[in-house]
Design a binder for this molecule. Sequence first.
Ligand SMILES: [Zn+2]
Length: 304
Amino acid sequence: MADCDLCGCSTSRDVFRKEEWQLVACDECGLVRVDPRPEAQQIAAMYAPTAGYQLQRLASSSRYSRWEERRCEVLARITGPARQAPARLLDVGCSTGGYLERARAQGWSVQGIELAKHLAVYARTKRGLPVEHGSVDDVLERFGEQAFDVITLWDVIEHLPQPLRAMRDLYRALRPGGKVYLATPNLAGWVPRYHWQVVRRLWKIWPHPEPPLHLHQFSRDTMARLLSAARFEDVRFAPDEIPLWYTSGFRGAPRWTEWLNGEMHAPRARRLYLMTLPVFLAARLCGGGDSMIVCASKPVANRG
Ligand SMILES: [Zn+2]
């Protein structure tokens, strides 16, 4: 049993078991993690092309990749254009480089890091992006300290075995006054809470956590604590949402044929979609989405 990565507390309570993976919540800070954590070798194997990790992103015509394109546009609007030249932007876990390509078009001098080799190769060869293959721990020191003006982690922090260590390393890689942006699922969103109360009791399922790829599940509270522990300041949150078709088990926004016939791999998808829709829409209206966008700054007065 590993201690909590965020606060070091050694005791926890069981939350939910998903397949063979046990999710526990830290007794001290409440951060939810997979325990025991998979070994480094196991983690590396999950991102191998043979494991099928994000192969759908390589198919440009898939419904998933079309959603991904729109998502990248939204994220590029959030970070906006480079304000001075050269302005360096690092995207950690850049996947096939859809976001980085847009950031480059907005004047950023871009760099990517990607753990899944097939995705890194795609970003390099198809999009001509500078992408290093490896984990943050392995790759980051190649760039030196204070190398970047902006660092982004889009749906990545939840995959990291040691998120606090990663954020501290990224802090050092940022120049003073630089910003980190990230997106991650929000455990305290309305949809996961509703599913916890209702769907878990009804069907013994809880779609929100995704072990073992997602090793940590954050809320705004635990995310604010993580960033503060890594010495980031001026932490800001914006609501975000996971597509309801994804949460329900569809592989893309469902087509009518699929809707009528159901999908073989997700027999409950239609029912789950319909019974969640009112909560999903209410969460959108009220900012209670099941994902969050976070921005934080490294203070201008550099304290290391
Ligand atoms: Zn803790």
